[in-house]
Design a protein around this ligand. Sequence first.
Ligand code: TEU
Ligand code: CA
Length: 558
Amino acid sequence: MANNITKKWWHDKVAYQIYPKSFYDSNGDGIGDLPGIIDKLDYLKDLGIDIIWLSPCYCSPLADEGYDISDYYNIDPRFGTMADMDQLIDEAKKRDMYILMDLVVNHCSDEHEWFKKACEDPEGKYGSFFYLRNKTDGELPTNWRSYFGGPVWDDLPGTDKQYLHVFHKKQPDLNWENPELREEVYKNINWWLDKGLAGFRIDAIINIKKALPLRSYEPDRDDGLCNIHKMLKDAKGIGEFLGEMRDHTFKKYDAFSVGEVFNEKPEEIPDFIGENGYFSSMFDFNETVFGSSEKGWYDAKPITPDDYKRCCFESQAKIGDIGFLSNIIENHDEPRGVSRYIPEGECSPQSKKLLAALNFMLRGLPFIYQGQELGMENVPFSSIDEIDDISTLDEYQVALKAGLSPDDALNAVAKYSRDNARTPMQWSDGANAGFTTGTPWLKVNPNFVSINAAAQKDDPNSVKNFYKKLIALRKNPEYKETVVYGSLEPIWEDVHNLMAYYRKGAKTLLVIGNYQMDIQTVTLPSSYKRVLVNNYADIAENGQTISLNAYQVLILEM
Ligand code: TEU
Ligand code: CA
């Protein structure tokens, strides 16, 4: 263990992401809600969860499913009331659990009063909360392509100006250069922290700093536009905003903050998540961005077990003991991890457990996304009409324009669709997977009949109970220090379809995963004392030589 690390309350925790709209519907309107989350707190407590991150449940037109906020101080009636939120924070506290909300402040909704006032008076106070430019004939202020397709500029209603939106046109970017805007953001954060929130997950934060003066870059597609990252690479000085935000908010409350940070440079890591970093932690996206293409989802390259291993180890080496990454298999923006990181046709309870253990034992905070603990899989979409997500709908158009047939385009985007993760949580084999008594807002994955929480509850070999074991190991007083603070050292790094590493602290643990269907033999460098986790009933061993079964994963105490 690195002795120079100051211990923090959140270091040894296990986190769980809830996508409220799809978690549990308490009143039969087909939409998950806060009372539904309260109903399921004991389920999460039993699993061993400490920290719960809620995707946005503020007032929102839901153009981007809540990532477009029209009122930062209120709960959308579809999700419940402020009293429900207070009760949720309270009930969580009673169970020694912590609630995080999603901080979405790169942009707000075009239905936020700031934006409405900016339309009324673009030269006034609220005009300077946004990036506005005079409209010129036939030319956009810059040629950046929005994350959801098309140019980042749209007409500011009722004016001769245009406004910037790096995401959807219903998500106007907030102007962080304006100190008044920054004050408003900090005031809101502190208001929530005063309510008893434990912290925030911080959305899309690398986008808050624009390269000024705004300018165009080399186009990279036929549309004449360029990827937003060309501008972001050019934007210097985001640290001033992030440091100020930390000092004015999180730091004063000892809050936990986890940033959605992409493309950080290795030398910036201490600034982001070091001892006095801008954030407590940040997500590791090395695996999720692997294989992505400038052209679009249709051109993305699948990730193999060897790639997966390399991505994980690369991130671990980059962070070392500077701080703590937050490790994920999936989230609400990604397909289901088991469908992505396990080669096609090889998804099984065993392979799902292997992926779980390999990811969970990495150094950092484990974040479990709702349903991941059940081994929920991607959805078999049969028509683009079944898709709700704006990003998928855009990528489908991109694929069609590139010349794919409608069938091929659907198949291509279905692999990456954010809706894979957004279908209702599978609670039981009852109607609508037990998610709602009404009509679910998004189709339930038909495999709920076999993959659901009720079926896994009392089955000692279920994926869910395997997660429970992993969580229990992280909390076991004997192993905790090592699992939380121990260093990570890869072993047998070049062996094909084998992912193995030591965690070294007070104890020495060896995690070994046979990432394939074929049996694979390894010879341990020393004998082991104890088997802590095994996804098979036993180990085929001959002295120190172990014959690993298909997707067998072991955690050994050496
Ligand atoms: O995502 C930010 C992000 O970088 C996106 O490019 C994401 O990778 C993309 O949506 C995948 O299609 C965050 C949120 O997690 C996402 O749900 C929001 O849509 C987005 O910000 C805008 O708030
Ligand atoms: Ca509801």
